[in-house]
Design a binder for this molecule. Sequence first.
Ligand code: ADP
Ligand code: MG
Length: 939
Amino acid sequence: MLQIHHISKQYRTGDFSQNALNDVSLNLRDNEFVAILGPSGSGKTTLLNIIGGLDRYDSGDLVINGTSTRQYKDRDWDSYRNHTIGFVFQSYNLIPHQSVISNVELALTISGVPRSQRRQRARKALEEVGLGQHIDKLPNQLSGGQMQRVAIARALVNNPSIVLADEPTGALDSQTSVQIMDLLKEVAKDRLVVMVTHNPELAREYATRIVELRDGSIVSDSDSLAVSKESAQTAQHRNFGHASMSLVTSLALSFNNLKTKKARTFLTSFAGSIGIIGIALILAVSNGVNRYIDKVQEDTMTAYPISIQEQSFDLNKIIGSAQDNTQNTQDHKGSHRSKAIYPDDSAISSASSLASSISSNNLSSFKRYLDDPKSDIHQYVGHVGIQYSYNTKFSVFDRDPKGTLVSASSVTIGGQETGAAAQMASAGANSSDPSQMESRQMAAITGKSQTKSSPQSFTEIMPGKDEQKTPIGQVIKDNYQLLQGSWPQNKEQVVLVLDADNKIPLVTLYNLGLKPASEYNDMMAKLNNGQEVKADTSALDYDQAMKQTLDLIPAADQYIKGDDGHYHYVGDDAGQVAKLLDKAVHLNIVGIVKPVAKASATPLPAGIGYSRQLTNYLIDYASKSPVVSDQEQHQDESILTGLKFAAADDSAKASQAKSFVATLNNAQKAAMGSAVMGGGQQGAHAVPSAGEAGSGSAMQSSDEQAAAQAFDQYIATANQDQLVAIYEQYVRPQVGSYKDNLASFGLVSRQAPTSIRIYADSFEAKQSITDSINQYNDRVVKADKITYTDYVGLMMSSVTTIINVVSGVLIAFVSVSLLVSSIMIGIITYISVLERTKEIGILRAMGASKRNISQVFNAETGIIGLLSGILGVGISWLLLIPGNAIIHALMATEDVNAILPIQAAIVLVILSIVLTLLGGLLPSKKAAKQDPATALRTE
Ligand code: ADP
Ligand code: MG
């Protein structure tokens, strides 16, 4: 039994308040057909909505089977509507985009009835109203009467105990009205039907009871039911079972809804996807540009690492002072007004800055810093790592095609090219490595030429970060291609390096014995005579080159103890060299390589590339060699000359001078004699070095013999002062030092590299490395401070700023498009909510809760977001095809590729879903909050 106790309802619009119901009391039996009559505006719909739980009463109580509804919460009402009430409306209120059967299923869907059961029950309900044939039609494919029957089937499908019909025949012709009334009469057989109508004839014919309303009050009741007062008072609060709808159901509902509106869904998704496309394209372009920038940075840093030499001069400082000088000249132009003569010291100050910029670096202390894994520099070091170079000393000899023994340093063993020939020989060394350039410039400035160092055409192949695992570094493998053979696997294997054009300097070919030495000597002779020379430029086979063996003799082996007890250098004596060849390391050319077409770094100049294993072998070999240990046992005396490294007093100096002259041969004595006795200013250069004394190649003539004897005489009679002078001028430079000697024997300490190259992957990392070195410099004593030339800094100081600006602009673009697209998605969702207000009302009337409503809308916006995202990413991928063609054409490079990475694509799809959900959140909240009664009144 349904009891309406003194219910009043007012509608307030602004200042005006309308009494829709005024203290209405009505008791309804569980099984009767009540017709409510009354003129328009008398409160019939309001009463019906209150009975159905769609609208709330202001005062009074609605008692349902003894249960008071005063304390009902939203979900109680939802459940009440869903399980107890069936609504039939004048305007049918079918959901237009759902099929007839889906419309009927709706009430079951909301209460979470499983699908198969839903179908079956909906079909049965439709059959009962005579529409078994039309279940798959859309509502607008039915007549008015049929639509109302669908509405009745929908109201009945949950088997409610109360059916409420608001003017069910209001929109129908009289004949159809009769059919509907018959149907309702049938329905009313076993339940309560309350029908609003303003057709008194129909009401009288079909209803069992007629209640008349006027101005919100009951004016008549044909069959009123009296109930004792207490029954209303004893009414208790009780909860109904919840109506529930799972997320899957709401997704399915939304999906079905979207499926029935394909074109609209597509357009909405497309509109939403435009923002995503914008972001995707900008992301792709910025990704492409960033990759390009990264690659350029990495390549630049690989080609120009931070390179620290044992001896260094600061190019920055020199350039700085040169600029200062020009600045000074400009500033002081005309500043000397008074009548006097002013010296122009610019040349001296340049020279001074050049000289003072030369410094030696304590690389062993710096290496200790680098070896410390806790040093903060390590976090900035790039993928190539830190490379140490050691000044290993060795000579290489080989046989030319005619069997002549050739030195890889100077073709002719012991030969020294001069004049035009020397130029040709030095032209052979072409290297793009600035650190090598630097060491050559160093030699030029300090005057310390590196005689007896390793052949210039030999370069160590840079190993990987872990030289055990990757003896050939990735930089080498990336930038060089194997034309034949393989990369070196051990110390005996080397590769022949060609330039990008398959060329190799002619001199190097002679050095390596790949062309006959006699040809070279002829050319040298002609060059020095000022004759024209035509070189043989015929090409060589790879196989021919790979057959060549090269014999490497470590520096230590080139010093042999003579009968006089001193060690003598024999590296320039062909006869002695030939004897040493058996002991030599036999190097095999196992591969031929050249730079790839787009090489970013070419650390290997044309010539021979050898492995780090060979370097390690040479370092170990020198440390164990007899010449080194001999010298180590005599730390105060040179084992080359027997002279003391430091002469204590004048008499010691005089005797050292005497014993020095005694070690010279006739030619050397003659040369020195003419320098000393003739008072000529030929200087020390005319005197051969002590190490080379005893060379068998010196020519002897009778003139020389006479001159030598004269000089011997002179020495024998010379006083102490004269001998001391000779010592200072000629001997001291020859004695050298303990350290120099060990270095000549090839002793290298692993703790003391000759150069360190630090590779970064980006300019930023390079800057951080520079900062770390500066911090290191701030910490250590003056002698340990490191100076080096920052080549990349010199070249690219402004590039980093440009890169930062470009990245900033791209990020700004992405953020703006993100903002725009989220606003757009929000608006689209909002419009779709407005459009479906009526549907929300229908769902609420069926018993859907607020949460159900927002869930359905969120599911729908989620699906649209997903579609937008997929569409946006897909379209972007398609657009990138012509887009990249345009970029390539515009930038005239194929290195910039706009790419949307798969991770970014996934993130964008998720972003699209999240944005759409966020954009739809407010509208769906609004939709859920909508008063169902009001929602149903909207057309
Ligand atoms: P009936 O169904 O009998 O035509 P209603 O119950 O629809 O009448 O309306 C009763 C009165 O309440 C009318 O005067 C109507 O204008 C008013 N009314 C109904 N709904 C609202 C509303 N949401 N806001 C303001 N006034 C309303
Ligand atoms: Mg009405």
